[in-house]
Design a binder for this molecule. Structure first.
Ligand code: GLA
Length: 386
């Protein structure tokens, strides 16, 4: 989180940019890092994310003048929102436009506004920067007279991402950014949206997030294709096993009986989802029982599966994961989020973190010629008004 003094400065920046007067409110939504369970959420499966301690801040003030004026310090760009013409402009502000658009299903007369976005969350790094913008915006509508319930914050944020921006992601990011609780991981069933806050009890372990430095815009990856491969696998398995709502409903035993009915590519995709889903349940039990060794082992298996079966890793993620698991004190490491770049999450003994941070950047650079950045994180709190 940012220091008080940095935030005070932003109030002055806000007034310098948009003028003085009126009530300026401040909202915060964190990024998230997923401990385990990737590409399970759009298959009705389990995920186990935590909120990181970095996020997006939104300063907002209702205004009488259309259009709404926005500025993002993160991308150093301004934008306008014309309430009478809410169509995607294909810039960063579409995340905000989408929220404003769908929130009108709940609140009819939303006034224009001035808004400043800033924060300390890296963009396009697989830490849900877009979900944090959407959720901060959806909460911030309260300052425009539109207080949404938490489940509606998630709904509006997800619709903005799926239908306005056009990125067909699952519910994990928007849900975890909204519902995260400090000191806990969120065990979420993405199919039913039932969830449990799992206390993070591994006192002797730290979580390091290593950013490979490979940025990617998910719209330009094969994410959409992976979704449709999963749908095809589900259709074929349903023909064999009887109707199933989603892949995560298929048990390992059922899959082992029916896997040979799938073409090899779809067999790999389904195997990842079905086994990963079971790993998430085990991982949640490990967290509860304080079993860091087994949790680390599950994280490594998850990485291998995302790399070899689901094929969403990349050379740099693999390099950082491999260098990481070779280090003393590391219990497990895996790519986290969608893949194709972004971050690795490492579970490591606390007393080995310093040594890890001294050695790994150089080793990673030697094998990839990328500079990785690292933060030690612990489960932070969810989105809120500050
Ligand atoms: C992205 C999506 C999520 C999820 C992950 C992979 O972060 O936004 O919904 O599918 O990829 O687990």
């Amino acid at each position: 989180m940012l220091e008080e003094s940095e935030i005070r400065q932003r109030f002055l920046d806000f007034e310098a940019r948009f003028g003085r007067g009126g009530v300026i409110d401040l909202y915060y939504a964190p990024g998230r890092v997923n401990l385990i369970g990737d590409h399970t959420d759009y298959n009705g499966g389990y995920v186990l994310p935590i909120a990181v301690e970095q996020g997006t801040y939104l300063m907002i003030r209702a205004s009488e003048l259309s259009p709404a004026r926005l500025y993002s310090e993160n991308v150093m760009l301004d934008a306008r929102i014309f309430p009478a013409d809410l169509t995607p402009a294909e810039d960063w502000a579409d995340y905000v436009r989408g929220v404003y658009f769908y929130a009108r299903e709940f609140c009819r007369d939303l006034p224009p506004f001035d808004a400043l976005f800033f924060g300390d969350l890296p963009l396009e790094a697989g830490l849900s920067s877009s979900a944090s913008i959407e959720v901060a915006t959806a909460l911030g509508l309260e300052s425009l007279g539109c207080k949404l319930a938490r489940e509606d914050v998630v709904k509006v944020a997800l619709k903005s991402e799926n239908d306005f921006v056009g990125m067909p992601c699952g519910v994990m990011d928007q849900f975890s950014v909204t519902y995260a609780k400090a000191g806990h991981a969120l065990f979420l069933n993405s199919g039913s949206l039932e969830y449990r806050q799992v206390p993070y009890t591994l006192q002797e372990c730290a979580l390091v997030v290593g950013n490979t430095g490979v940025r990617r815009n998910l719209l330009e990856t094969d994410y959409r294709r992976r979704r449709s491969e999963c749908e095809e696998a589900l259709d074929l398995l349903s023909k064999k096993l009887g109707p199933r709502k989603n892949l995560a409903e298929v048990t390992i035993n059922e899959f082992e009986r029916a896997r040979y009915s799938l073409p090899p590519l779809l067999e790999k995709r389904a195997e990842h989802v079905i086994y990963e889903n079971v790993r998430v349940e085990e991982a949640a039990r490990c967290l509860e029982a304080g079993d860091s060794a087994t949790l680390g082992h599950l994280m490594n298996r998850s990485h291998e599966s995302l790399r070899d079966l689901f094929e969403v890793s990349c050379q740099e993620l693999d390099a950082l994961q491999e260098v990481s698991i070779d280090q003393q004190g590391v219990l497990g490491a895996r790519m986290t989020g969608a893949g194709w770049g972004g971050c690795v999450i490492v579970l490591i003994k606390k007393d080995m973190v310093e040594r890890y941070l001294r050695r790994v950047p150089g080793l990673y650079w030697q094998s990839t010629h990328y500079d990785a950045e690292f933060v030690v994180t612990s489960p932070g709190g969810g989105a809120r008004k500050l």
